[in-house]
Ligand binder design. Structure first.
Ligand code: NAP
Length: 268
């Protein structure tokens, strides 16, 4: 088993990474930073986002597993004191269960060229100078004229991130779709939006057409870019999926409860 490891860069994560390498060497795992089969992250869900983008071009060939240095996360589901158990399971389980989660493909048309991105959590569009104005089309039909702070289009696994803060629904990652959520839309007779988030299935797509003269703030997960001259942005469920190696069961709804509610209530 060839593995790569990415840590968050803080002292605890670096120390845990060293411990992991030592345990892994004892169990015959091979460190391979460019073409691994398994990518291990130590830090938090943000560290997993970084790892996903580092190995984006190999997303079909790698699986990810995350260790959280704080409380359990959505992508980082092993705790810091469980490293020996994790290494043991990696070494002994040759074919762990792979949970495959959907991603978003984002195609940005800029002048005569186009750029394509993949997001694990979400795509965020804002205006650098203030209010964003953009026409939204769904399946090539005009849907609404947006005016407000921005638009967030998330994956089901990303639905617990920025999307949730915007009042969007949490979607189980086995569902293949994308969710469009508004950030503070302004509604009047000219600019009218739905006001609630929308979930599109895999065979649907949406296009966002901003003013090409507007300087845009574009975020793909944690990666932030500024762009001008954008004619349109197409978002849909990507063909590729990301695989998370599960060496033990940890149901998604248990993660949601642990993250947002706490321990299960006493039985009545
Ligand atoms: P950050 O601002 O340092 O941290 C954002 C927080 O979101 C961290 O606590 C992170 O967990 C958590 N997170 C990341 N992915 C998540 C997911 N799928 N479900 C639940 N929580 C998640 O930024 P970052 O670490 O680079 O992460 C970028 C992400 O931040 C974006 O993809 C977006 O989802 C989120 N974000 C949220 C808001 C908001 O809620 N208002 C605004 C902007 C961005 P860890 O502590 O485990 O790393």
């Amino acid at each position: 088993m060839k593995y790569a490891l990415l840590d968050r860069g803080d002292r605890l994560s670096i120390e845990l990474a060293e411990t992991f390498h030592a345990l892994a060497a004892d169990r015959g795992l091979v460190r391979e930073e460019t073409s691994p089969e398994l990518v291990v992250t130590i830090g938090g869900d943000g560290t997993m986002l970084q790892a996903f983008h580092r190995f984006r071009d190999r997303v079909k060939d790698v699986a990810f597993v995350g260790v959280h240095t704080g409380h359990l996360g959505f992508y980082a589901d092993w705790k810091k004191d469980e490293l020996p158990e994790l290494v043991e399971r990696i070494a002994s389980m040759k074919e762990p269960y792979l949970a495959r989660y959907p991603l978003i493909e984002i195609n940005i048309a800029l002048g005569n060229s186009a750029e394509q991105y993949l997001a694990l959590n979400e795509f965020t569009l804002k205006s650098v100078d203030g209010t964003l104005v953009a026409a939204i089309h769904i399946n090539d039909e005009p849907f609404e004229m947006f005016r407000g702070d921005g638009i967030v289009i998330s994956t089901p696994p990303g639905s617990t991130g920025y999307n949730k803060s915007l009042g969007g629904a949490i979607i189980h990652p086995s569902f293949e779709g994308i969710q469009i959520a508004e950030i503070a839309s302004i509604n009047n007779r000219v600019y009218r939006t739905l006001g609630s988030s929308m979930i599109l299935p895999k065979h649907h797509h949406c296009d966002i057409a901003p003013d090409p003269d507007e300087l845009l703030h574009v975020a793909i997960d944690h990666l932030v870019l500024q762009m001008k001259g954008v004619r349109s942005i197409l978002c849909r469920v990507a063909q590729e999926k990301v695989a998370f190696a599960r060496y033990r069961p940890y149901p998604f709804w248990n993660r949601v409860r642990e993250a947002f509610i706490g321990s299960p209530p006493d039985k009545r």
